[in-house]
Design a protein around this ligand. Structure first.
Ligand code: BEZ
Length: 256
């Protein structure tokens, strides 16, 4: 299964909640003039660009070239890099060069989490903060169940993308093994409303695009109907609005 093939325009226009709900992380990073700040999995770069407004120098890194191309077009003055923290070349990111790191809604796309955390740690100076939000245990389990059951009902076989949704204990252990001290970590359910007019199937077509794009075009309408019916029965459609059953992990860790 390949990485999710993102559509940066849809990501920003139709699913802007991903960026908006990550804005709180910036105050926890508290970027200061002259600091160098790393954004891991920066997507279209809006949070990275907000951090540079404080006078900090930022580097936004994402493995998706389309996302980075959009970030570069919108914020040409900032620094951007296409790279995957799961398989970083040593020359790509300098060692101990950053005063803080932020990551919003990205770490769960990286099942080789131990390697990712080691690479982030190596980019940070000792004492630097790493502030992140990611999918935690139970994340989108209702939606994924609706997808799995719909595939069976439609007589299709397709694999769900490989996601990493750890518990507090699992992510804390991985951070400690990568030489971070975990200062705060919490898990919380965050049922998230979609924009009016968007359905759970629209979300699946974008956020589970690696699977969706593999389905024969002739089965997609049937899959839409199956997913929506199952997700509605499971309670994801309330008062005319679709919800995604996100569960988040938020943490602040310090490089030691
Ligand atoms: C998320 O938790 O943000 C997420 C996880 C998997 C697919 C899409 C989004």
């Amino acid at each position: 299964m390949t990485n999710n093939p993102w559509n940066p325009t849809d990501y920003d226009a139709r699913f802007s909640f991903v960026t908006e709900l990550g804005e709180e992380l910036i105050s926890q990073v508290d970027p200061q003039p002259g600091q160098r700040i790393l954004d891991v999995g920066c997507g279209t770069g809006h949070l990275t660009a907000q951090m540079s407004k404080s006078g900090a120098t930022t580097l936004g890194v994402d493995s998706d070239p389309n996302m980075i191309a959009t970030a570069q077009r919108e914020y040409p003055a900032a620094e951007w890099l296409v790279a995957d923290f799961q398989e970083l070349n040593p020359e790509e990111i300098p060692t101990a060069a950053f005063d803080a790191a932020l990551s919003n809604a990205a770490l769960h796309w990286m099942p080789h989490q131990a390697t990712v955390l080691r690479n982030i740690r190596s980019a940070l100076r000792s004492g630097a903060a790493f502030v992140a939000e990611m999918g935690g245990s139970g994340n989108i389990s209702t939606v994924d169940t609706a997808i799995r059951e719909s595939l069976v009902a439609c007589g299709l076989t397709a694999e769900l993308p490989n996601s990493f949704f750890p518990t507090v204990a699992e992510e804390s252990q991985l951070l400690e093994q990568a030489s971070f001290r975990v200062d705060e970590m919490r898990w919380f359910p965050r049922p998230t409303p979609l924009n009016q007019g968007e359905t759970v199937a629209d979300w699946v077509a974008n956020f589970r695009a690696a699977l969706w794009n593999e389905l024969p075009a002739s089965t997609r309408e049937l899959m839409r109907a199956e997913i929506e019916s199952r997700a509605e029965q499971a309670g994801l459609f309330r008062d005319g609005i679709w919800y995604i059953d996100y569960c988040r992990l938020r943490f602040i860790a310090t490089a030691i």
